[in-house]
Design a protein. Structure first.
Length: 260
């Protein structure tokens, strides 16, 4: 293993995690905490030990996420057998643009079924319990996976690199977008507006409320970016629309007392 390149990938991934999750936590959990707490999906805030656990396991996940790119893209034995390409002109700009939404659909499909399998009673405690210790997640929970789960999460990079042509731009944008959407999904606050869940486009998008409900109730709402598979398989929580309406319709509440 090339430790210099591994260290560079690790620091690059860690920078993105802390530069995206950190500001989200700072704004919603510290600076605006009292002003917007009435909009918190679950009224209480996690404890300091929860934040520490989430950061610790997210850091482990980042280390694991750095391994597949290193093994596949920096190995002269493996790289020639991947679908990685260096020149945009090889497939054209139309493909370069359309490949990104295709990657999201592929990832959402992989995540949905992997996620459902990990909720099997015989696998849950081994693979997925660590992530569900954040039953009231914060932005730091974005990558708070057990190492075994993190390994399976990281395999999406392997799938990409052995199925569809991907450029370094695709992989970089995918990692950043995936991280941003993970932070949003665990934010504890909803950013989409009222009735977004009923809009012709919004009804197919996964929301922070939807994923928060999964953490709160441990079942249903298994999707990552979209609700496509949840709707097709009947796993979208029955009270999702009512919950979204209630939370996004809240008015300014009394902020004199605070639940911690």
């Amino acid at each position: 293993m090339n430790w210099q390149k591994f260290t560079w990938l690790l620091l690059d991934n860690a920078d993105k995690y802390f530069l995206i999750a950190g500001p989200a936590f700072l704004v919603f959990y510290i600076i605006l905490r009292r002003r917007i707490k009435f909009k918190k999906i679950q009224p209480r805030f996690p404890k300091s030990k929860d934040y520490a656990r989430e950061i610790f396991f997210s850091t482990l996940s980042i280390i694991i996420f750095s391994v597949p790119p290193l093994l596949m893209l920096y190995s002269d034995q493996i790289r020639p057998h991947t679908t990685f390409y260096s020149n945009i002109t090889d497939y054209g700009w139309a493909y370069a643009i359309l490949a990104f939404p295709l990657m999201l659909l592929m990832h959402d499909t992989y995540f949905y079924w992997m996620h459902r399998v990990m909720h099997h009673p015989k696998l849950f405690r081994l693979f997925h319990l660590i992530h569900h210790k954040s039953n009231n997640p914060s932005p730091w929970a974005a990558y708070a996976f057990h190492p075994l789960e993190a390994i399976f999460e990281s395999l999406i990079f392997v799938i990409f690199l052995f199925t569809i042509p991907v450029h370094s731009i695709h992989l970089t944008l995918f990692f950043i977008f995936s991280l941003i959407y993970n932070v949003y999904g665990h934010l504890g606050f909803e950013l989409y507006p009222r009735n977004f869940n009923k809009h012709w486009f919004g009804k197919w998008m996964n929301t922070s409320i939807a994923h928060n409900m999964h953490h709160q109730y441990f079942t249903g709402n298994y999707g990552l970016y979209f609700t496509i598979w949840d709707r097709m398989m009947g796993t979208l929580k029955n009270n999702y629309n009512e919950t979204f309406e209630e939370i996004t319709s809240r008015k300014i509440a009394d902020t004199k007392s605070e639940t911690v």
